[in-house]
Design a protein around this ligand. Sequence first.
Ligand code: GRF
Length: 184
Amino acid sequence: TKIAVFASGSGSNFQAIAESIIRGELNAKIELVITDKPGAFVVTRAKELGILVLELAPKAFESKAHYEQAIVDALQEKHIEWIVLAGYMRLIGDTLLTAFPNRIVNIHPSLLPSFPGKDAIGQAFEHGVKVTGVTVHFVDAGMDTGPIIAQVAIDVAESREETESRIHQAEHKLYTATLQQLFQ
Ligand code: GRF
């Protein structure tokens, strides 16, 4: 299965997916990484793994539709079948949704529909929940709103740091396992 990973930041989920492919646990090939943040750490990670990266700053385009069309063109050229969002901090618009119907997935660090949007782990702390988690879902036009595919619950720890570390570890496992099921 030919995939593209979209990321805006550190790219630890990208790295986990790439490593599980190398280990033979995930039957896929990352043909391309797309970032909307030129110079993000995910770019360094991708280059180290020899994976092609496209750094596209949205503000260099006339509109969101033009920006997404440039992405669609690159994806079609590489015969991409699935788009995997991994910390891509931007809503997906009509151009991408229409080109990849039911073929875009996202991972979010909460038990959706609780705590959508930014800083889901911070939101969990503010609300004082004792259990949070990780969700993998199909992407629609909303913010973290598409149909849920898989979830795992995580106990909130004393510190935010420890909670984040538990969540990120769970993300890396859940994303790989869920993608493997989707791609069968
Ligand atoms: C993850 O927590 C993911 O769930 C969220 O953004 C974060 C990305 O982390 N959507 P990383 O860039 O993969 O390290």
